[in-house]
Write a protein that binds this ligand. Structure first.
Ligand code: ADP
Ligand code: MG
Length: 344
């Protein structure tokens, strides 16, 4: 009897202690303001959610974020006349000066191109221009067009000179579609960091979880089910102050004569990468690295991609075409991986 009383009293004390410990977190979570918005930049729906203590400050930060998105779009888009990328693509072999930020992105793109054996190639533009994955025409190149375009895909020929100067041999062009959103996510995360408790920045497949959720909780980020719809998830990771980037063959594709063609192209063949992977997710504090490397992983296929990620100390989750999941060592524990479906 006494023992039972003792147990009851000690349970009561533990409960009180827990309440005392949890109370500040809960009240902080309740007090937190939340401001969110949706924009359309870089051909992608951008969703921003900010958590902080002052609603007015968060709203003003959101406005600053949209201004930054528009600025980066005008710098990095290859379809906006006068952007750094447009000027470079139209320079006909002349060296031009670009914004130092554009130069930095090209520098990193070249590094990742080299480390990935050119599975990621920022000079893929002459080939991507022969395809239409978004306009509804289902255009694809014929053999002659590919033969003319493929010699122009060569990241080693992109010259990065001093003083933010860049030179591309005549006829070559760059396409930052596989890396720019990551870079922008990094910069927007920097902009937010001191002004929020936490934030989620979602640039299509690039998510940056800035800080933490009010109440010191991690953000739970869903990883898209390649065989499900747009809002489906096959798994969830719990993350703080890090980016979760996914590339997938289901993002932009068309089916012609029974064959599915997706928008991640093999720089060697100029055709949609013939890969055993349906999706590649990389978690890294650099969203730019994760973006380019996720694209490279799709081109490489499962075996090479897993080796590549491990060699470069990256955390990744790969999903093959049968929805089987493969992860780099330690991934499950580090990000409290929760699988939502058993693989078939
Ligand atoms: P998304 O931008 O749709 O999230 P990715 O980050 O994988 O997906 O980038 C795909 C885009 O990158 C394509 O739309 C194209 O502009 C460009 N791209 C396609 N293949 C490659 C490649 N092998 N290397 C570099 N960029 C590529
Ligand atoms: Mg990418």
């Amino acid at each position: 009897m006494i023992k039972t009383y003792m147990r009851m009293i000690s349970s009561f004390l533990v409960c009180c202690l827990l309440l005392v410990l949890l109370a500040p977190c809960e009240s902080r979570a309740e007090e937190a303001e939340r401001v969110s918005g949706v924009g359309y930049y870089f051909d992608t729906v951008v969703t921003i959610t900010l958590y902080g203590t002052d609603e007015k400050e968060l709203s003003s930060l959101l406005e600053d974020i949209w201004v930054e998105c528009a600025r980066y779009e005008h710098l990095l888009s290859k379809t906006i006349p006068g952007s750094d990328v447009s000027r470079l693509n139209e320079a006909h072999g002349e060296a031009i000066r670009v914004d130092p930020e554009t130069w930095d992105i090209l520098r990193r793109a070249k590094d990742i191109s080299a480390s990935s054996g050119h599975a990621f190639s920022v000079t893929i533009a002459p080939v991507t221009e022969l395809w239409d994955f978004t306009g509804g025409t289902q255009r694809m190149p014929d053999d002659d067009e590919l033969a003319a375009a493929l010699p122009l895909v060569d990241d080693e020929a992109l010259e990065l000179l001093g003083d933010s100067m860049v030179r591309l041999p005549d006829g070559m062009k760059v396409d930052l579609g596989g890396i720019a959103k990551g870079y922008i996510a990094d910069r927007v995360a920097d902009l937010c960091r001191d002004q929020v408790i936490g934030a989620t920045l979602n640039f299509g497949g690039n998510v940056y979880a800035v800080g933490e959720k009010p109440g010191s909780a991690p953000f739970r980020v869903g990883i898209r089910d390649p065989q499900g719809g747009e809002n489906s998830s096959i798994a969830v990771v719990s993350v703080k102050d890090i980016s979760v980037v996914t590339s997938g063959i289901y993002e932009r594709f068309f089916v012609k004569d029974g064959v599915s063609y997706h928008h991640i192209l093999d720089p060697e063949s100029g055709i949609s990468a013939f890969t055993d992977l349906a999706g590649a997710t990389i978690i890294c504090t650099s969203s730019m690295d994760a973006d380019a490397m996720a694209t490279a992983c799709i081109v490489m296929g499962r075996e090479k991609a897993l080796a590549y990620l491990q060699e470069n100390g990256m955390d990744g989750l790969l999903i093959d075409r049968d929805n089987e999941i493969y992860t780099t060592p330690g991934f499950e524990d580090t990000f409290a991986l929760q699988l939502l479906f058993a693989a078939p």
